[in-house]
Design a protein around this ligand. Structure first.
Ligand SMILES: [Zn+2]
Length: 94
């Protein structure tokens, strides 16, 4: 029996591999009260807006941070906090 169920896949911004959404951490662009852009980790994957995905791997996170890929892809100012949040998420699932 073949399953025709569609599995959503997204590309990790660290390693550029396609993975199932559930295996990735999503980061979205949001606006602060002051109207400036910021990147925010979206744990439930339900937030609206432009997003970046990353595997739950330290290696991918390192590449993201080094290349400032969240900032480049979402066009937000550099913010260390979001990278630390991703790191926490990775550690939780180890
Ligand atoms: Zn990756």
């Amino acid at each position: 029996m073949t399953k025709a169920k569609h599995i959503p896949k997204r590309t990790c911004a660290g390693c550029n591999q396609k993975r199932e959404k559930k295996d990735l951490i999503r980061v979205v662009r949001m606006y602060t009260k002051e109207g400036s852009r910021a990147a925010l980790i979206d744990l439930k994957g339900k937030m609206q807006g432009r997003g970046v995905y990353v595997c739950r791997k330290h290696e991918c996170l390192k590449r993201l941070r080094k290349g400032k890929r969240i900032e480049r892809k979402l066009r937000v100012p550099y913010n260390n906090t979001v990278y630390d949040q991703i790191k926490e998420e990775i550690l939780k699932h180890e």
